[in-house]
Design a protein around this ligand. Structure first.
Ligand code: ADP
Length: 527
């Protein structure tokens, strides 16, 4: 295939939609013309049906409209689109009216009605057609209103149900109590002119739905438009030209009514199967995405483990030569300082100090990697006891500062790794004591009292932290102050604390105001 052939095979979604619209317009015109042609061809038909055939056809119409009403309401409650509320309620009401029409015109009920059959049959037919055609117009108007006002323009479903109930009830009473006028006017051009009224409403609805334009891409609205065309032709070209009960125009209009119902039913079936198909495709895509993210997670876990192993091995192996450097510098200071001048002695002291600091950093790195390598040993633990023993370990720091620490009496019992969570309390309380300007100082350890998701906090009224540093303080070897300020430190404590908490499935965050104090919050399980 050459490149120009390939180009001609590429069809844009817009041109696909144009093709579909053009095809649908042809279908609409074809249906209308074919039905009008049929009516002309059958002008001289001698056909005469019967009451039985009529009752049979109306029985089917009742059943069809009940099915459509139920399906449309199921569709409405699946994905709340107002058009389906109106179609659902409209066809339910139509089912009652068609059913009523079937019963009152049957041989059994006929004698109980105040009107006789030539009036009763046409007028009770009109009630159902009028009701449905009005609902079709309303369904379009409701859409227009929603388009204008957004969700505040949504029609209340109970108002729709109430209207349906009132209209059907009023029709029931009307036919049961009021003697009806005649329905046939052979002296006029239209034998049954009243049948043009529902046709007018169907025509308004058709105009509305064509303007709405969804028929171009939405299968349901395409079938609805077809149903409206069949409804209009049935009312205008057939029923209004009927001159006698059960003549060809009369029975053809009854048949077309059922065909128009079947159009709506087809639209509903297509619409629902599209939802199911989309649902299935969506579920498959979700499944694939889940599998992919699971693989990424496994890969991340593996890389994390490798990094922890690397940090552990590297820092473990670095310790050995470092110890040598430290020992040799000590050895030189002790045995050779007399042979060195002051500058040489100072440099040796600096070498020893740097080796000590590096040893500290490597130890912190080892601690950090150890948290990722060892398995958690979970057991039910009193977090209160962990906080108190952390405080015990901090006695020296506490005595040096004028700090008062309060620990909530009701800290809960939890499943956690006691050694690691003890380290969390010790680190956070230690920092809370450490980062103050030497004034008399308050530290508080507490929790939110919610056993579903306990949130612990350690707060102080110390120096506080700027908001821009809320994240970076959890990065390894990141100190916000010079090496020896506030008792010194390596900047690894909070990183280790964060890793311990995350291994328990929890999270840690800080709230703070510079000069006012800080509160560290943490959880030990997933939200
Ligand atoms: P270190 O205390 O060894 O520096 P950490 O990881 O424990 O390391 O803390 C990192 C940084 O977070 C500290 O250098 C300090 O600036 C800041 N910080 C931690 N806790 C507090 C606190 N309670 N109040 C103010 N700043 C704090």
């Amino acid at each position: 295939m050459n490149s120009s052939d390939a180009r001609s095979e590429i069809t844009s979604p817009d041109s696909l939609e144009e093709d579909l619209s053009a095809r649908r317009i042809k279908e609409y015109v074809f249906v209308a013309v074919a039905l009008i042609g049929l009516s002309i061809m059958m002008l001289d038909s001698e056909w005469i049906g019967s009451v039985q055939l009529h009752s049979f056809m109306e029985g089917i119409a009742t059943l069809l409209s009940l099915i459509i009403g139920s399906m449309a309401l199921v569709r409405y409650y699946t994905l709340k689109e107002t058009v389906f509320l109106f179609i659902g309620a409209g066809f339910f009401g139509t089912a009652f009216l068609d059913g009523y029409h079937t019963f009152v015109t049957s041989a059994y009920f006929r004698p109980m009605m105040p009107s006789d059959i030539p009036s009763l049959i046409p007028w009770s037919w009109i009630a159902s057609r009028l009701f449905l055609s009005i609902f079709m117009v309303l369904s379009w108007l409701a859409w227009v209103r929603e388009e204008r006002l957004g969700s505040s323009g949504r029609i209340n479903e109970w108002a729709v149900y109430l209207f349906t109930a009132l209209f059907t009830l009023a029709s029931f009473l009307f036919f049961a109590l009021v003697p009806l006028p005649r329905a046939y006017y052979p002296e006029l051009f239209f034998g049954r002119p009243e049948d043009l009224i529902p046709a007018v409403f169907f025509a308004i609805a058709l105009w509305g739905y064509l303007r709405k334009g969804h028929w171009k891409h939405n299968a349901f609205e395409h079938w609805l438009v077809l149903s409206l065309i069949v409804g209009i032709v049935g009312q205008t070209v057939f029923m209004s030209f009927s001159t006698n009960l059960f003549d060809f125009e009369f029975d053809a209009a009854h048949l077309l009514k059922k065909i128009s119902y079947v159009c709506v039913l087809t639209g509903l079936l297509v619409s629902m199967s599209t939802i199911f198909l989309n649902e299935r495709t969506g579920a498959r895509a979700l499944d694939a995405a889940l599998k992919r993210s699971k693989n990424v997670l496994l890969e991340l876990e593996r890389i994390n483990q490798e990094l922890d192993d690397f940090a552990y091995i590297a820092s473990h192996d670095l310790k050995e030569p470092l110890r040598g450097i430290h020992n040799y510098s000590q050895f030189l200071i002790e045995d050779y300082s007399a042979q060195l001048d002051q500058e040489g002695r100072d440099k040796l002291e600096t070498l020893k100090r740097l080796a000590t600091r590096m040893d500290g950093l490597i130890s912190a790195l080892l601690d950090f990697s150890r948290v990722g390598r060892v398995a958690l040993t979970l057991s039910p633990v009193s977090t209160g006891a962990l906080a108190w023993s952390a405080l015990d370990a901090l006695k020296a720091a506490l005595e040096e500062t004028d700090t008062e620490v309060t620990i909530a009496a009701d800290l809960p019992d939890l499943d956690c790794d006691p050694a690691l969570v003890g380290q969390v309390f010790q680190n956070l309380i230690g920092n809370a004591i450490k980062y103050s300007e030497g004034k008399s100082h308050q530290v508080e350890v507490g929790w939110n009292g919610d056993m579903q998701l306990p949130v612990f906090h350690v707060s102080d009224d110390g120096i506080g932290i700027k908001e821009k540093d809320f994240e970076s303080i959890f990065l390894i070897f990141n100190r916000l102050h010079s090496q020896n300020k506030y008792g010194g430190g390596l900047g690894a404590g909070l990183t280790i604390v964060k890793k311990i908490i995350e291994r328990h499935g929890g999270r840690i965050w800080v709230e703070s105001q510079p000069g006012q104090g800080s509160t560290f919050y943490f959880t030990l399980s997933e939200d």
